[in-house]
Design a protein around this ligand. Structure first.
Ligand SMILES: [Zn+2]
Length: 427
């Protein structure tokens, strides 16, 4: 047996140690020891070998635009939307595309190989849609990019948004988006959920809405989203992004709501970095955390994936395409401190988000696509703790990023000469 690429001695997320043999773009074999010729052999040396990171919620049309034409002084979601409204008419096809491609380079270096990005359709030129469709094609050899038609200024609030949403879907955008809490009234928000779900059902598409991204406990559009998912037979194809209002909802109401979401198989996509940064801004003290009820949803069997949402744009002035930053923040904000919960945070930026996006070729199994990442960590929880370095990134059987292991040299009397912050318990 010969392979094109052989990854030797990696620790898989389940703790087993295995060799992974790759032929072409496919994982051909996984076994404790593969004795075979290979075009190239990479010694994983016991480091964690995981399927690539997946970001189920991002805005690639806005990324890396921080400071153009000004910064978000208040730091609120609403000023961010206003600022994006100022930036939008200034966008050019080439600027959107070159920023997106630059971000994708960062993503590859971080082992992030699948991204669902919302793309604003409230610009009659639809130039961001065109630019990102081109980006999608260009990066297809290494990143799976899924586009969501996102009527940022409101499906009904913006006069041409509905028409543009349809145009974007006709152009090849994959997923139907929405923003019910931003419509003029609760009733319009409800109506928009029904309308958009019907469009998705008619076209056989998935749905992913910005839903209830507010601290207002009365924002209950997720209820309608779950209802329409059931009514239209969209089970397993619908996600509610953010759902931050659930943080502030009455507990009795939530005790009815969560089973409805579970029954409809609607997934949830909180974005911990952005939710903790943007929510609670109208509070004095105590100040709400503003992230949705992650542990409670997981306990109900609801699928949850953590999204990054933003990187250096009108809403968020930081970000490095590191999904381990996202998992780390999510772990803290949701207080997921039990070992099983910390472990789950790794799944929420890998396998669980891949399932939300419907990536059938994804995973470290024979026959699946040979995309993976070697991390400078011994296990998934340690990867989250360290926000571990990506030592090697493989996309469709090709090594696309590499980095040497870095250890800090120490100069301390009576202490070791170097330190790497990995936890290796003695005995
Ligand atoms: Zn978003």
């Amino acid at each position: 047996m010969t392979f094109d690429l052989l990854i030797k001695g990696g620790t898989l997320p389940d703790g087993s140690v295995a060799d992974i043999g790759i032929s072409g773009e496919t994982i051909a074999a996984i076994a404790p020891s593969l004795d075979a010729e290979a075009g190239r052999v990479i010694d994983a040396g016991g480091n964690l070998v995981a399927p690539p990171f997946v970001d189920p919620h991002f805005h690639m049309d806005a990324t890396l635009s921080y400071g153009i034409p000004r910064i978000n002084a208040s730091g609120t979601l609403l000023e961010g939307i206003a600022l994006w409204g100022e930036l939008k008419p200034m966008l050019t096809h080439d600027a959107v595309k070159s920023r997106a491609l630059a971000y994708c380079d960062w993503a590859v270096s971080m082992g992030l190989l699948a991204i669902r990005t919302h793309v604003d359709v409230c610009d009659d030129r639809l130039l961001a849609v065109e630019a990102l469709l081109e980006v999608k094609k260009e990066i297809a050899p290494y990143i799976d990019l899924q586009l969501v038609a996102f009527p940022q200024d409101g499906l009904y609030r913006s006069p041409t948004a509905r028409e543009n949403t349809i145009r974007a879907l006709d152009m090849g955008v994959d997923v139907v988006g929405g923003i019910p809490h931003f419509e003029r009234t609760m009733a319009d928000g409800t109506r928009s959920v029904t309308d958009l779900c019907e469009i998705a059902a008619e076209r056989g598409l998935m749905v992913d809405m910005h839903c209830d991204e507010t601290d207002d406990p009365q924002s209950r559009h997720i209820e309608q989203l779950a209802y329409e998912t059931q009514r239209l037979g969209l089970q397993g194809r619908v996600a509610g992004s953010h759902l931050t209002s659930m943080h502030s909802m009455d507990n009795y109401y939530v005790s009815k709501l969560l089973p409805l979401i579970a029954e409809a198989q609607v997934s949830a996509i909180p974005s911990p970095l952005i939710n903790i940064m943007l929510q609670g801004r109208h509070d004095t003290f105590p100040k709400r955390r503003g992230m949705t009820r992650v542990k409670e949803m997981l306990a109900m069997g609801i699928r949850v994936g953590f999204g990054q949402d933003c990187c250096l744009d009108p809403w968020y002035s930081l970000g490095t395409a590191d999904m381990l930053d996202v998992a780390f923040m999510g772990l803290h904000v949701a207080q997921m401190s039990h070992p099983a919960e910390m472990r789950k945070c790794f799944d929420m930026v890998t396998v669980d988000s891949a399932a939300i996006m419907g990536l059938e070729h994804y995973g470290l199994q024979v026959g699946k696509r040979a995309s993976l990442v070697v991390l400078d960590a011994g296990n998934p929880t340690e990867a989250v703790r360290l926000r571990a370095e990506r030592l090697c990134v493989v996309a469709r059987g090709k090594v696309v990023a590499e980095r040497t292991q870095q250890k800090t040299r120490l100069a301390l009397p009576g202490r070791p000469g170097s330190v790497d912050r990995r936890h290796r318990p003695a005995g």
